[in-house]
Write a protein of this length. Structure first.
Length: 244
């Protein structure tokens, strides 16, 4: 068991392009604690037993018990149980469980607050169109975005939580990724918070491109001002709106 690390993982932008892309997760010993696990602990706290909590959540008792065992092996004791019948008796959350829930909520709140406000807006002109997808000429170069019909002069909005950063020397070829929009650039600033880092990248446009990465990813990449990176983001996570 270890104390666990934190992350905000990007979700599938193609399947849910409007929803916030960051999902809060805690990690320990190869086990991930996510929203479903937090819901299980809260249900146990409300219902007073694992059996009742599983019923409330529409899960089988065996499935809930197995998952709880996995979580406790990684994060430590989460329930103080009382002897009971075949349903497992009564249970209360341990102080460790309450601390884990509080930590998860802090991470989720922090990610949600940052993801809601961080974005890059670039002016551009539509130069080509295939159905709902437009090719837009911007100060950073051409990119593809979802655009309304007949819009020509547009603002392109790129959510920071949909941008992926990679070391310029280690980035895979464009043909090997699903992200059609790729720009080489230079890291301008790195503003690190408790769980995530806000990174601005000079891609030749004004304003610079903003990206959100987990603090752990920032450390692994060694992000710092002046570093050459490749920024990529999917077409379906990019929106173009008409300029008045």
């Amino acid at each position: 068991m270890d104390d666990g690390s934190e992350s905000g993982d990007a979700g599938a932008a193609d399947s849910a392009p409007v929803a916030p892309a960051f999902e809060a997760k805690l990690h320990a010993d190869g086990v991930t604690f996510g929203a479903d696990d937090a819901a299980l602990l809260r249900a146990i706290d409300d219902a007073g037993s694992l059996n009742a909590a599983a019923d409330d959540l529409g899960r089988s008792y065996s499935r809930a018990h197995k998952r709880l065992s996995q979580l406790e092996a990684a994060f430590g004791s989460l329930l103080a149980s009382q002897r009971g019948g075949t349903g497992g008796g009564g249970s209360t959350l341990t102080e460790r469980a309450r601390a884990l829930l509080a930590r998860f909520e802090r991470l989720r709140s922090g990610l949600t607050g940052v993801a809601e406000v961080a974005e890059t807006v670039l002016p551009g002109e539509v130069v080509d169109r295939t159905g709902e997808i437009a090719t837009v000429e911007t100060g950073a170069g051409r990119l593809r975005a979802l655009a309304p019909p007949d819009a020509m002069s547009v603002f392109v909005t790129i959510r920071a939580d949909t941008v992926t950063l990679q070391d310029a020397d280690g980035a895979p070829p464009a043909a090997e990724t699903s992200a059609r929009n790729r720009f080489r650039g230079t890291v301008r600033t790195v503003e690190r918070g408790e769980s995530v880092a806000t990174v601005t990248v000079d891609v030749g446009a004004d304003p610079p491109l903003v990206a959100l990465v987990t603090a752990r990813s920032s450390d692994l990449l060694g992000l710092e001002p002046g570093m050459a990176v490749v920024a990529s983001f999917k077409t379906t996570a990019t929106r173009a709106t008409p300029r008045a």
